[in-house]
Design a protein around this ligand. Structure first.
Ligand code: DX5
Ligand code: ZN
Length: 222
């Protein structure tokens, strides 16, 4: 299970140190939650912060664009150093063109679905995707509880990807912690965004990451 810490849940007064801490702890990607206050009821940061974070780490960065008009900004996030853009199917009426533009900008393509958006919305797009992101909370905030109905969605999306022989990542996002990550891995998730379970861990970042790794390794060995 690859881990992608969500910097949105980190200490904003020490972003550089927080990035270095997860990199040292051994994670796979950085997950940058861009929110515009329109598509979601929260406003976080934009390309300048994304660029600063990308410059502070050797880890690849993915921008999770929870914004109403992603098409306007694709080149801006490429210029900020993003290796992957994740757009929301609910906010991209011309998804084929959006994905083509992301590929033309030499980035990986990801599409996110909110917790009750039918998986079928992505069925025809799957061959074009490097990553599917299943939201396991309603987007907009960190620290929310994992939506338990997500397990069935993960299993169904895993079957959809396997049915076409896709090598796309199946990433989950929201409320993932050491207590529920193993079940999500067993259900077919290959990557997890982790925010509060790393950055709000009472035991610190390194221990937060270690606990997540231990939980997934324990399930893998069963
Ligand atoms: C929510 C974001 C998530 C969130 C994860 O809209 O997309 O990435 O920050 O934080 P936790 O892991 O605390 O739910
Ligand atoms: Zn996210």
């Amino acid at each position: 299970m690859k881990l992608a810490p969500s910097i949105y849940t980190a200490d904003f007064l020490n972003l550089g140190e927080q990035v270095r801490a997860v990199e040292a702890a051994g994670v796979d990607w950085m997950h940058l939650d861009v929110m515009d206050g329109v598509f979601v009821p929260n406003l976080t940061f934009g390309p300048a912060i994304c660029k600063a974070i990308a410059s502070a780490t050797a880890l690849p960065c993915e921008a999770h664009l929870m914004i109403a008009d992603a098409d306007r900004y694709l080149d801006v996030y490429q210029a900020a150093g993003m290796k992957r853009l994740i757009v929301h199917a609910e906010a991209c009426p011309h998804l084929y063109r959006t994905l083509a533009q992301i590929k033309d900008l030499d980035m990986q393509t990801g599409v996110a679905l909110n917790p009750l958006t039918p998986l079928g919305a992505l069925e025809d797009a799957l061959p074009l995707l490097d990553l599917v992101l299943l939201m396991t909370v309603e987007p907009g905030f960190g620290g929310q509880a994992f939506i338990p109905e997500s397990h069935a969605r993960i299993r169904r999306m895993r079957r959809m990807l396997d049915a076409i022989g896709s090598s796309a990542e199946l990433e989950i996002d929201g409320g993932v912690n050491a207590h529920n990550i193993a079940v999500c891995a067993t259900a077919g998730a290959s990557m997890a965004v982790v925010g509060s379970s790393v950055y709000s861990s009472q035991f610190g970042v390194a221990e937060g990451v270690r606990a997540l790794r231990a939980a997934t390794q324990a399930s893998a060995s069963r």
